[in-house]
Design a protein around this ligand. Structure first.
Ligand SMILES: [Zn+2]
Length: 270
């Protein structure tokens, strides 16, 4: 029998908590460590839809990228979103565990999943914690590529979202050195390896930082920008995580949620 405690140990081997950022709160949020785990369901977010899906599938554990509980929680009343998610999981006998920045920093982390799909060579972390691990990736395209072709390539392998792939820079601008960061990566906009790249791919870029970065590109002092869905950028990692968990936990069934938890349902473009 595989216990939740044993799953936690496997998670610790794959994504050690020591790699988590100081502000982060990954780990076990819901569940009895002594309980049996036969099935693990993977998702980016613990939201109502994925909690319901995990319970319907009979999963014993919902393993997510984003921790549900970050700041001080004073209620888990079901009139609150977090309370509703937790209550549904507990009623459905489903535990909840998150592997967040501790899964970003490893060699097979979230940004690597995107870099590998793009076939980048010479991959190295942007914010390195060791020579091989850290947040974000910079590497080279197999051959120079236009921003349009790069955006199309991303759009082809990322799961579809209403926001799609947005680009700051000319369609025909040719890029070769590519920096990227799965999830919200505006904190890396001023990083020397991002500034020195031809293009920076990340998500959740807000107006002012993006506007400033675009002007820096126009001055020839910074990269073009590609903004992708936060959820989509991290969803790609789930398959990799599933492969690694299956190797660690033979006999435990591991499934990946295909529910879109990007919050936007549709967009109107004119
Ligand atoms: Zn994220």
């Amino acid at each position: 029998m595989v216990t939740l405690d044993a799953v936690g140990a496997a998670v610790e081997r794959l994504w050690p908590l020591s790699g988590a950022s100081s502000w982060d709160s990954p780990g076990l949020a819901v569940g009895d460590p002594a309980s049996e785990v036969r099935r693990i369901h993977l998702a980016v977010d613990a939201v109502l839809d994925t909690a319901d899906e995990a319970v319907e599938l009979g999963a014993d554990l919902l393993l997510v990228h984003h921790p549900l509980l970050f700041r001080g929680v004073t209620t888990v009343a079901e009139s609150t979103t977090k309370g509703a998610v937790i209550a549904r999981l507990i009623r459905g006998s489903c535990a909840l565990l998150a592997a967040h920045t501790n899964a970003d920093v490893v060699v097979t982390g979230t940004s690597r999943a995107i870099a590998s799909r793009l076939g980048l060579t010479g991959q190295r972390p942007i914010e390195a914690s060791t020579p091989d691990t850290g947040i974000g990736i910079v590497g080279r395209a197999a051959q120079p590529i236009t921003l349009m072709a790069l955006a199309r390539a991303l759009s082809d392998f990322l799961p579809p979202t209403a926001g799609g792939v947005r680009v700051a820079g000319d369609h025909d601008r040719v890029v070769e050195t590519i920096a990227l960061c799965g999830g919200a990566g505006d904190s890396l906009l001023d990083d020397p390896s991002v500034v020195a790249s031809d293009v920076y791919i990340t998500s959740d870029l807000r107006h002012h930082p993006a506007s400033d970065a675009r002007d820096r590109m126009l001055l020839g002092r910074g990269p073009a920008l590609i903004d992708i869905s936060h959820w989509a950028s991290e969803w790609l990692w789930l398959e990799q995580a599933a492969v690694e968990l299956r190797a660690e936990l033979p006999g435990v069934e591991i499934t990946v949620s295909e529910l879109r938890t990007d919050p936007w349902d549709f967009a109107v473009v004119r």
